[in-house]
Structures are given as C-alpha cells and as structure tokens.
Design a protein around this ligand. Structure first.
Ligand code: SAM
Length: 208
C-alpha cells in the first residue's frame, strides 16, 4: 500500500491574497489526485476558507501551528521543512525518511527575503529543492515528483524565469522556477495568468 504523505503550508502572511488562494487551490487539487493530504496550518481565527478549497476532500484547514501539531519527539523527526537554505537537497530516498512536508506560506519575492527562516527556527530537518526560488505550488509539485514519483531533482523539466506574453505588446517575466508542462509552458494554477495580467494592467493604470 502506498504511504500516505501530508503536505503542510504554514500560513505566514497576515491575509490570504488572491495569488495564494489560486496556489492553494492548485495544491489541494493535485494532492487530492495523488490521494494524499494538504493542510493549511496556523490559520487566524477569522480566516474564511474559500469555497473552492473547502470542496476538495484532501484539504484540511487548521488553526494550530505546525509546532503544536508535530513538535513532540517521535513526530518531529518525520517532518521535512522545504528550505531554500538547507544544506542537503531533497532526494527520492527521503520518501522513507519523512511523512510530512512543510512549506512556508509566503508569496515569492525578488530578491528573496528568507522568510522561511521563521519555520527554520522551529528545528525541523530541512531539505532544499535546488538553488532557484520556486512559487509555493511549484515547490509542493516538485516535492511530490521527488517523493512520490521518485524523480531526482536534476531530472525534472524546469522553466526558469519564464516570460508570459499577454499579447503583441505586453509581457512580463516571472522571477521564479516552474515545472515545464507537456505543452512546454510553465505549470501554473488555473487563473494565475489572468491574475498576473490584471495586476500588470493595474500597475500601468496607477501610473496615470
Ligand atoms: C515562494 S517560496 C518563498 C521563498 C521566500 N522568498 C522566502 O522568503 O523564504 C515559498 C516556500 O516554497 C518553498 N521553496 C521555494 N523554493 C524552494 C527551494 N529552492 N528549495 C526549498 N524550498 C523552496 C519553501 O518552503 C518556501 O518557504
């Protein structure tokens, strides 16, 4: 029987922005397809779970933080923090070492501000996913490919800093690493390209 894995994103931003919401829906749906669990932890009291997330059976909303859930000896050793500054890279054998994979619920920033350090302080074992910053849904996707599909990190097809072309005149470059899809495009959550375009249009409008 395949081993059950839990992917936890510890919510670290004060609110759930539209970007994070789309990322979390993508993570929930992919985790559901693989038969595992996706948990958003450390949610504030007033947090309202978006309907599209609530509908996914693999999704769990949790007010408690990861330390309270997995901090005790015996459980703690089975948790892996995906940490851009860890010394060791994630590898397929980690499937047998860890049951829980923990990610920072932080939007990517350029240059990265190392907010994952808030989780590093809690003392979980860390693994890196290579040297380039990924979006949170990409980091979960890559972890799943290594742990569940037994890819080594260097065998995964990536797209680094892809340019998204909206039309003949408008494009934007994303400062992150993505997994390349069968259509040769970066795999992104549904609705993300439209949201990025809307945000880009808004910042142009703000100039006038
Ligand atoms: C968008 S990244 C945020 C990185 C960030 N700028 C920071 O302040 O740490 C969100 C999460 O994805 C995971 N992640 C992204 N890229 C990674 C990498 N190359 N190695 C390990 N984890 C990564 C980490 O768990 C990180 O907290």
């Amino acid at each position: 029987m395949p081993e059950h894995k839990t992917y936890i994103v510890e919510h670290l931003d004060p609110e759930l922005g539209q970007w994070s919401e789309l990322e979390y829906i993508a993570i929930a749906e992919e985790t559901q397809r693989a038969g595992n669990t996706f948990m958003l932890s450390s949610l504030p009291e007033e947090f309202k779970v978006p309907e599209k997330l609530e509908r996914v059976p693999a999704f769990k909303a949790e007010r408690r933080g990861v330390e309270e859930l997995y901090g005790e000896p015996g459980k703690k050793e089975r948790v892996c923090l995906l940490d851009p500054q860890a010394e060791e890279d994630l590898n397929p054998d980690d499937k047998g070492v860890f049951d829980v994979f923990l990610f920072g619920g932080i939007l990517g920033d350029d240059p990265p501000r190392d907010r994952t350090s808030e989780l590093r302080k809690k003392g979980f074992k860390g693994r890196r996913l290579g040297p380039v910053q990924m979006t949170t849904d990409t980091a979960v996707r890559v972890t799943r490919m290594v742990v569940e599909e037994q890819f080594t990190l260097n065998k995964i097809p990536y797209l680094d800093f892809p340019e998204l072309k909206f039309n003949e005149h408008e494009s934007t470059q994303m400062p992150f690493r993505y997994v390349k899809g069968d259509d040769e495009k970066p795999i992104m959550p549904e609705g993300m390209v439209d949201l990025i375009k809307k945000d880009a249009d808004k910042s142009i409008d703000d100039l006038f």
